[in-house]
Design a protein around this ligand. Structure first.
Ligand code: NAP
Length: 437
């Protein structure tokens, strides 16, 4: 039996919402000491690199994560890549418990002919690019095109369409990367296709997001009335409120007509991509018309083509497998039983359950894993934080601390002109220069 005063040292790998909510849940108990280990020099994962740059209010949740970072029993260590700077095995030997909160950073593949043609850009890369993610900042997508197809009917698809369609004035309060703003705002794109393989009632986007498409200055949302299911009042009543609201919003778009002086956002349903067309570069995409049979998407054998020069598959993500850790290739996450992978190894967030839910879903996940760690971990001589510090010192690695991050944050805010909240850095030299000030 563990004595109350014995501290349990936990390493959480990844500093997105999943990592922070787990840290918060653990740190409430002063028997725990938590190190949040992050490969980037900056914390907050998808809040910084995934949430749309014009959705600043969602990013406010970072204030809560900051409070966790400032607790005496929590440390943030940025710039430490597990699997490179240190191995997962080393971390597991040092800490009583290790939590993988590494998210799902890899694009799922369309799995159709032509998917590797130039101009097919997964949403992880494109969203990372416009959000100044260091890994994707040099993507240089050529947006000098007239027509773009976005595949998928989730909120990422809607985010991508909106960021492409908004005017500079509509993005003025955002933290869109300046290089991305330049490329996006000079793009001559006129047609943006948002294509779902199922119908309006099955779409995964949410009313807030789809509603925004109806309020854009220079873009018009278009829906073909023939694709709107015709429901009776009684059938509408039993729909989930969000689905009913989506339907009402999509119906409100049906009277709209395409305009040559605006960006036209064509919401196309019942269309599954079957081939990306073109020689080396994308020239179009072929779809098969679908119908729903018992909610399954069935091809009808009818095909049509959309001319486009870029395809953004926004069809979900998967985690990056790690050496020796059981991984479900089909589901794209680590195999686990209620967050437990193995002795002293846990998983939370998208790496545990796949890329679903809201930011808040990670809170209950984090609490559950914290409870499991509390119940299952036996204190036994582990070197913990002191051991990691010694190992890093031996390797000549100096981690970015939370107070270093606050210097980076201040420098990014200073570089911005109000109402832009910050100009995010993406070059390592800029991060290190800010830290040394
Ligand atoms: P998502 O919600 O799972 O949507 C993925 C979409 O891709 C679905 O419409 C899916 O269709 C479609 N799809 C999957 N495979 C396909 C294929 N092979 N061909 C054609 N279509 C395919 O994923 P997401 O948009 O990446 O979002 C991930 C999570 O982040 C979600 O929980 C989302 O709500 C959240 N998020 C929230 C916000 C926000 O709150 N503002 C913003 C961005 C993301 P089926 O339904 O037919 O499978």
């Amino acid at each position: 039996m563990r004595k109350p005063q014995e501290q349990i040292e936990v390493a959480i790998i990844g500093s997105g919402p999943a990592g922070y909510y787990t840290a918060e849940a653990l740190a409430k108990n002063l028997n725990f000491k938590v190190d949040i280990i992050e490969k980037l020099p900056t914390p907050y994962g998808l809040i910084r690199g995934g949430v749309a740059p014009d959705h600043q209010s969602i990013k406010e949740v970072c204030r809560r994560y900051e409070k966790t970072s400032l607790l005496d029993n929590v440390r943030f260590l940025g710039g430490i890549e597990v699997g490179n700077t240190v191995s997962l095995q080393e971390i597991r030997e040092l800490y009583h418990a290790v939590v993988l909160a590494v998210g799902a950073p890899i694009d799922r593949e369309l799995g159709i002919p032509g998917q590797n043609k130039k101009g097919v850009i997964g949403s992880a890369a494109f969203v990372g690019w416009y959000n100044s993610h260091p890994k994707f900042s040099n993507l240089q997508p050529s947006l000098d095109v007239k027509s773009i197809a976005i595949i998928g009917n989730g909120n990422v698809a809607v985010d991508v369409a909106r960021v492409l369609a908004k005017t500079p004035a509509e993005m003025i309060e955002s933290d869109l990367a300046p290089y991305a703003a330049e490329t996006i705002h000079k793009s001559p794109v006129i047609d943006i296709w948002i294509v779902g393989r199922r119908g309006p009632l099955e779409a995964k986007f949410t009313p807030k997001e789809i509603g925004e498409l109806g309020r854009l200055t220079n873009a018009i949302a278009l829906v073909n009335d023939k694709q709107i299911p015709k429901l009776t009042i009684a059938e509408r009543k039993v729909l989930e409120p969000a689905v009913r609201k989506n339907l009402e919003l999509l119906e409100s778009f049906t009277p709209h007509l395409p305009k040559s002086d605006r960006k036209n956002l064509h919401l196309e349903f019942y269309a599954a991509p079957v081939e990306i067309l073109g020689k080396d570069r994308v020239e179009g995409i072929r779809f098969e018309r679908t119908k729903l049979v018992n909610n399954a998407c069935i091809g009808t054998g009818e095909y049509f083509e959309v001319s486009c020069q870029i395809v953004f598959p926004c069809i979900g993500y998967k985690s990056q497998p790690m050496d020796g850790i059981p991984f479900d290739e089909k589901k794209g996450h680590f195999i686990n039983s209620e967050g437990v992978i193995d002795e002293n190894l846990y998983v939370t967030g998208w790496a545990r359950r796949g890329p679903t839910g809201t930011i808040g879903t990670n809170r209950s996940d984090g609490q559950e894993v914290a409870d499991k760690i509390y119940k299952l971990t036996k204190a036994s001589g582990r070197a913990g934080a002191a051991g990691l510090d010694a190992l890093l010192k031996k390797r000549g690695v100096v981690p970015i601390t939370f107070s270093d991050w606050k210097k980076i944050e201040a420098a990014e805010q200073k570089a911005a002109v109000s109402p832009c909240p910050r100009v995010k850095f993406y070059h390592m030299e800029d991060f290190f220069r800010a830290v040394q000030k």
